[in-house]
Design a protein around this ligand. Sequence first.
Ligand code: NOJ
Length: 717
Amino acid sequence: MLHRCITAFVGLCLCAGPVSAQKLDSLLARMTLDEKLGQLNLLSAAGENGRASNDQIALARAGKLGGLFNVIGAENTAQVQRVAVTESRLKIPLLFGLDVIHGYRTTFPIPLGEAASFDPEAAQATARAAGLEAAAAGISWTYAPMVDIARDPRWGRIAEGSGEDPYLGSLLAAARVRGFQENIFATVKHFAGYGAAEAGREYNETEISERTMREIYLPPFKAAVDAGVASLMSAFNDNAGVPSSGNAWLTDTVLRREWRFKGFVVSDWTSVAELIPHGVAGGPSEAGRRALTAGVDMDMQSSIYMDSLPALVRSGRIPMAVVDSAVMRILRAKQRLGLFKDPYRPRTAPAMDSTRALARRVAGESIVLLKNDGSTLPLDKNTSAIAVIGPLADNKPEPLGPWHTMGQPEDVVTVLAGIKAKVPATTQVMYAQGSGVEDTSTAGFAEAVAAAKQAKVAILVLGERGEMSGEAASRSMIGLPGVQEQLLEAVAATGTPVVLVLMNGRPLTIEWAAEHVPAIVETWFLGVEAGNATADVLFGDVNPSGRLPVTFPRSLGQIPIYYNHRNTGRPFGANNKFSSKYLDIPNTPRYPFGYGLSYTTFGYRDVKVTNPRIRATDTLVVSVTLTNTGSREGTEVAQLYVRDEVASVARPVRELKAFQRVTLKPNESRTLTLRVAAQDLGFYGLNMKRVVEPGAFRVYVGPSSAEGQEARFEVVR
Ligand code: NOJ
């Protein structure tokens, strides 16, 4: 299996024995400079209907192409591959890339939503299924997972990652890499710090200190490298003036020297050419030289390596050895993928029944119950009349989210359809759209209000269009768009109990709803099974177990807001004017990281540290007794956070270090054991070396980053 091969590659590659390595060396020796630079050249299919253009086919024939992306369908990929492996001089196969982000045809929840499951096994399973569907369409390489940590919900690409936490993000990064790489190569992106775009504005500069880079932004990349990821994508952003696609510290010092990464680095779309507008290169040759010598092996879409570097190599301004290293990384990747032996990689897509079943399960796990006053939920299936209202209630395209590859609206079960399928024929289900997502018209309100008046409960499905998050989709205001909040208020004014179902790609500010609506369910963009999974939760067939992978602010002014912040020298004090706070709102978020309700309740007791004095080489062992104190079976995500009380540099007030998903029957108790390697308590000290410092720590075990039972331990020399 590919996965085993790649994992082995990190240490000792089982696929590339000495004979093959020699073959690659002799292949390299036979290559002309153009053929070498050709391997570093990656273009997006420019033909009609997902095909390569004639020019691109000619490039493949001339050996001036390392890979293509956005070629759609097995026939189209095979057509160009045939030219590469039969008509080019050296017959080197092409890589076929595609952004398979959260499903190929079967669309799973967006990555941020899936992160709410706190279930790496689920993330691995959806990546595996997506990879197999893509492989059956001739794809050998995905540009996923995106592992950018994001602390600013204005940034639309927050939808594509795992949220704000490096520990959760690392587990999910590794799981997704493993899942994809059972069938195709994965690419972790965007290396690095892209998620810290200032003011949440897409492609904006970042200003990340080395400590924060290493402790917050880099860990998911490191986890992916350790899991054997084949490639990394260099990001668009500049950090403190150094663009990521020309940053030798990132792509050489850290990635190759410190982490011993043996795969290859691909640029983002024209990010090599963008070194010019960044202002660090005067023209294409300089841009290409900077990127290649920094360690960016493959040039996506700029054509600069192919067109502008030959002269620099011939004149000696770029040593041939630099070109050769990059080419060898691409050739080795092709070999590991098995392309030299099997360039067409025929695969059979899994049956849609099985992928849909997986999509429904994972979508159910991704839903977060934010509020449930007076046990409004779950609803009784025999409720006599239900009003389903809102622009997203019977909408097929939007649940597919911002980047759904080959996902088709016709495959989507809408929330209205899911509800209708759930309730008996005796339940009257009324539907009113009410408004558009971004419209300013309130003309549809009257119909919605009338439906709500006739109903026992009104379910409002509100939020964003899919394309309001994702790439190039930053928002300066993150409330409900258009007149949706007014629609919500109008329906709530009828006095009929309201359930708000949110569909969105980022945390929203929903203060009015949080104050006035009894039940709120966060569904993100759940993919093809959105409606069924939502109905499963609304009617109690699935007890919600999702937890927020990202903080929900009260207001825009709190951003950036994240749970693992430092304490400051003047932490909040209610009676202290000169403490760190706002005059007009609390410091606390609306909903904290890790938060989510269930239809049952859980009690934590007896948090104990088994070994309260540990050495830097030990593993901390913490036990806690968890009890289902409610009346339904449910799943809790028990979370363990630490706080280093005194250190040579100020440490976060809390850091997630372990969690467990645990399903308990009513009254059932279980004693959980959570473990943290003392090494994972380390940080970058004053001299920027990683250190586990002796001293006192607190540990909290509980249901979110804002709660938990406390215990103490000490790291000793
Ligand atoms: C630009 C995006 O930033 C990146 O994530 C994506 O993989 C490439 N385009 C290719 O589509």
